[in-house]
Design a protein around this ligand. Structure first.
Ligand code: FAD
Length: 478
């Protein structure tokens, strides 16, 4: 079909040209297109680290589109108003967008569709953010899955059949001159202070950077992923999470790339399957959020509504700043601040420490992660926090309390991770590194450490905190 009435492409969390069904549909319509991105904070939340990423990702998308002769219009107003205005300005007949499968995303889609409908304009929504059809996946009883393994089995059975698609050969750009915000005016990148200064050398936001990361990981990391994925001292995971969150890479592209690698090299099979299973956890988080939209705010297990969480601003701040006195926890929190990312094993340890050792609400931890992670994602973040807290679907039992000392020794055996992120402990021998308060004063002095001055003493005693957490759990069990 070809028509001269233009179409609007509304970019959202699909900041890519390849394997983008929305873009392909718009191109196939033959209509001239107007491409836009709307940063509507009233409708969709984005934390500070995510804003930094968004700035760079939009810069990359804008340049990629410009190479194809298409200008990216930017607006920071209401998405509903902006789309209505654009439709009127160019007399568009359709709006194409990729669905954002979150409660906020669906609500916005409904509002846009309702606003445009009276003018006879349709909002066409496409998939691509997740791999499977979460609406149709159900247990034999017809209820949504609550447990990961059978869910994942059903996904694997359903299969990911179609191959990823190339970017459209040609996009016809609409010629009208339309006002656009200047990206720099949005102030997404911090200055004074520029707390994101260490992000730049570590990340390459945008579609090109996403593919480079995928290539590097498949080439170097996939084979040993199953063995190394739990080691924060090694570079054993893909670090694709922010690229996936912003849709610079679709999960289907990752899926097929890994499957191809497994087919080519048998040695990659174990690592590849372990890796795809992690993508499965991403699917499960989105699935849970779809079927339980209160996941970000309410405990999945209602018994936890009466959990006796503490209110302790000082303890929360010590945790946020990496000053708890437990080296593996502090290393993780400082990695998060410095890089906008933290290794998954350490995310579990620090989250467990907050909710069990400090008895602070998981929502406070989730809020801090939402603000400081470049991959902050309402589905993964809420599901993971609830999982660690013991109140989520298929969650670790509450009484399984991570010991931050043994976790440190097991997953950072030579102490490289702690030494890197907690440099004030760097001179301490590995024997005491994960529990510096047990080091003889001589060893501390030789390493130049005065506990309580250069590095804090533990803000809680592990054994006592564990007992307190178990008592609190007993209280809700009745
Ligand atoms: C308390 C807590 C909060 C978390 N918050 C987020 C968040 O806001 N955003 C986010 O993307 N992930 C979150 N995770 C999940 C996980 O830690 C990250 O996805 C992972 O560390 C990202 O690094 P990677 O890309 O190198 O992962 P890899 O190990 O290379 O995994 C590949 C991909 O699989 C997905 N994935 C991996 N582990 C998980 C998991 N446990 N749950 C869901 N998806 C997973 C991610 O998309 C990841 O990019 C959280 C985990 C915990 C314990």
């Amino acid at each position: 079909m070809s028509s001269s009435r233009p179409a609007i492409i509304w970019f959202r969390r699909d900041l890519r040209l390849a394997d983008n069904a929305t873009l392909l549909a718009a191109a196939a319509s033959g209509r001239p297109v107007v491409a836009c991105f709307i940063f509507d904070e009233r409708s969709e939340s984005l934390g500070s680290a995510g804003r930094w990423w968004l700035h760079h990702s939009l810069t990359a998308l804008r340049n990629n589109l410009a190479e194809r002769g298409v200008r990216l219009i930017l607006s920071r107003a209401s998405a509903v108003d902006t789309l209505e205005m654009l439709v009127q300005a160019v007399d568009a007949q359709t709006v194409y967008a990729t669905a954002v499968p979150t409660p906020e995303g669906s609500l916005l889609e409904q509002s846009v569709a309702d606003r445009l409908a009276p003018a006879g304009v349709r909002l066409h929504l496409y998939g691509g953010t997740v791999l499977f059809d979460h609406q149709s996946l159900k247990t034999l009883q017809g209820t949504p899955y609550r447990v990961f393994t059978p869910f994942w089995k059903a996904c694997l059975q359903a299969g990911v059949s179609s191959e990823p698609c190339a970017p459209p050969h040609r996009l016809r750009s609409h010629s009208a001159s339309i006002d656009s915000d200047a990206l720099d005016d949005w102030g997404l990148v911090p200055d004074r202070p520029n707390w994101a200064r260490d992000f730049q050398p570590f990340w390459a936001p945008g579609e090109v950077g996403a593919h480079a990361r995928l290539d590097a990981f498949v080439g170097e990391g996939l084979r040993d992923y199953a063995e190394l994925r739990d080691r924060p001292d090694l570079d054993g995971t893909s670090r694709l999470s922010p690229h996936l969150h912003f849709g610079e890479l679709g999960p289907r592209q990752v899926w097929h790339r890994v499957q191809t690698e497994i087919a080519l090299r048998a040695a990659s099979a174990r690592g590849g399957e372990a890796f795809l299973r992690e993508l499965g956890w991403r699917e499960f988080s989105y699935y849970l959020l779809r079927h339980w939209p209160t996941l970000p705010s309410e405990p999945f297990r209602p018994a936890f509504e009466s959990f006796p969480w503490r209110d302790d601003e000082l303890a929360l701040r010590s945790w946020q700043r990496g000053q708890t006195g437990y080296p593996i926890v502090d290393a993780g929190m400082r990695q998060l601040w410095s890089r906008g990312w933290m290794h998954n094993r350490v995310r579990m340890v620090v989250a467990s420490f907050l909710v069990k050792h400090l008895l602070l609400p998981w929502r406070s931890g989730a809020a801090w992660f939402a603000d400081t992670l470049v991959d902050a994602d309402v589905a993964n973040n809420s599901a993971s926090w609830q999982w660690v807290a013991g109140c989520g679907a298929d969650a670790a039992p509450y009484f399984r309390i991570f010991n931050p000392i043994t976790q440190g020794k097991k997953f950072d055996p030579a102490g490289d991770y702690v030494r890197r992120w907690v440099p004030e402990l760097a001179g301490l021998s590995t024997k005491y590194l994960h529990e510096p308060w047990t080091a003889p004063s001589r060893d501390l002095a030789d390493a130049g450490i005065r506990l309580g001055h250069d590095y804090p003493r533990p803000i809680v005693d592990h054994a006592a905190a564990r007992q307190r957490a178990l008592r609190a759990f007993d209280a809700i069990r009745g």
